[in-house]
Design a protein around this ligand. Structure first.
Ligand SMILES: CC(C)(COP(=O)(O)OP(=O)(O)OC[C@H]1O[C@@H](n2cnc3c(N)ncnc32)[C@H](O)[C@@H]1OP(=O)(O)O)[C@@H](O)C(=O)NCCC(=O)NCCS
Length: 147
């Protein structure tokens, strides 16, 4: 099931984060997670009481856009469609909040994630040079939900 994260999920979220990202990919700290759980929209995918993945969405009041700030699935649960379910949840959430655009940044060598976003009709709209701490570029990708 997919539900909003709470502070009891912190250890699981940090575990997923540390296995998924390094300092060259803006890995989130404990403080970052606490902040986002309280202030933003962080959904977790839970199965048999285990948190297997998460998606963090940022909304701004006067914008029609939602930003997928981060998405990760625990290595042991990859390839099972969990990221797909979390992304679909974000589409629904956007619609419920009258947002018509979903945007994200992804490292240009992150083939798995780029394939995932393309599968759900995200389009590459621009490239941000030296976006990450290791100076690699980011693709900005976006999906229009309705116009
Ligand atoms: C990218 C990530 C979120 C995918 O999670 P997942 O739950 O394994 O993805 P799904 O099972 O829903 O796969 C959906 C699609 O993603 C793509 N994909 C997933 N794993 C892939 C792989 N190993 N190789 C290529 N494409 C892959 C495919 O298009 C797949 O569709 P298909 O099964 O029809 O081929 C996961 O690999 C991850 O957490 N990676 C580390 C963190 C990360 O890079 N996050 C994205 C930051 S922008």
């Amino acid at each position: 099931m997919i539900r909003l994260a709470n502070l009891k999920d912190l250890e699981s979220l940090l575990d997923i984060e540390n296995k998924s990202f390094d300092d060259n990919s803006f890995a989130m700290s404990r403080q970052n997670f606490i902040y986002h759980i309280k202030k933003n929209t962080l959904f977790v995918y839970e199965e048999k009481s285990l948190v297997c993945g998460y998606i963090l969405l940022l909304l701004r009041k006067n914008s029609k856009k939602i930003r997928v700030y981060s998405l990760a699935v625990d290595k042991s649960f990859m390839g099972l469609g969990i990221a797909s379910k979390l992304l679909k949840k974000s589409f629904l959430y956007a619609l419920e909040n009258s947002k018509n655009l979903i945007r994200l940044e992804v490292k240009i060598n992150n083939t798995k994630a780029i394939n995932l976003y393309k599968k759900y009709d995200f389009l590459h709209i621009k490239t941000l040079k030296s976006y990450y701490p290791d100076k690699s570029d980011a693709f900005v990708m976006q999906k229009v939900l309705f116009s």
